[in-house]
Design a protein around this ligand. Sequence first.
Ligand SMILES: Cc1ncc(COP(=O)(O)O)c(C=O)c1O
Length: 372
Amino acid sequence: MKLFDVYPLYPIELTKALGSKVWDKNGKEYIDLYGGHAVISIGHSHPYYVQKLTEQLKNIGFYSNSVIIPGQEELAEKLGKLSGYESYQLFLSNSGAESNENALKLASFHTGRKKVVAFSQAFHGRTAGAVAVTDNPSIVAPVNDTSHVTFLPFNQTKDLSAIDESTCAVIVEGIQGVGGIQVASEPFLKALRKRCNEVGALLILDSVQCGYGRSGKFFSHQFAGIDPDLITTAKGMGNGFPIGGVLISPKIKASYGLLGTTFGGNHLACAAANAVLDIIKEEKLVENAAQKGDYLLNELKGFKGIKELRGKGLMIGIEFEKPVAEIRDALLFKHQIFCGYAGKHTLRLLPALNLDKETIDRFLESLQQVLQ
Ligand SMILES: Cc1ncc(COP(=O)(O)O)c(C=O)c1O
């Protein structure tokens, strides 16, 4: 059998990883400023994380949601405290798309409405409900109903009248990732909160990419001081172990059977997610993301060939005058540095949150050489 060929691959096979470094099968070392697509939050193979997962697997790796799984309670408590959403409820799933899917369903169940408002350049995942609110027709199949979705321009506060009494949810990223690291402005998020309150719609903050400390706050919308009704997370939550979650306002009531999943919140997934939160707290990684992000953005300001710098914390977009593909490839193949990209001109940095100054300086030096 052949693999279904949907991914353009780098000719690199990684066999080892530690912190912000990865090694290929020939022992060649690379710096990882991509974090496997914003997934590696606490660094690769963190010893505490490895220990906690190993211990859990030796005891029990999986059982379904038909029994008490103590790691779920522990996770809800830790996440509530660290994120500042102690009064919210937690539903666990396996991915970002699933988290958004469940948030949209909850908004629709709660309001009894169908219309959803999303924004230009948004990416929310590839499952039916999530892809319908994603602004990319090329990944929407005819089977995915989009008739209930209205797209508005991102970051524009002027006319939000399309959010009306038939709207169940407004879904927005605090920082658009796939859209090229576009930060939702404080006035924009405040206007969305206000308009949702006026018409009784629920506000969903997709924090799958900008969440979990990456922006320098636990969730990036916290810069705007708003409280969403639903917050979705995944990616950095398990540092590579698949887990997603929806933080749910206390005003939304649960009932048996309303949501469900086989794998979501299993023993091993919770061990991973709890270890991640322990390390984020212990090593002050939210603060580190803020400091190192500031340093990196400030240093980049002097570089020639950069059109625009965007982002917060360690979620950084560098838009270049020239196409990004050649810059990205030179960084990877000549300087052994993995970076992400968005669109044709933007380099996307999504490193581990414990990134150190030495690694940043190595990147800055390499980028300077590439741009010469
Ligand atoms: C903002 C956002 N939401 C949702 C998703 C989908 O997450 P997953 O690929 O885990 O389904 C992504 C993935 O890149 C994302 O960036």
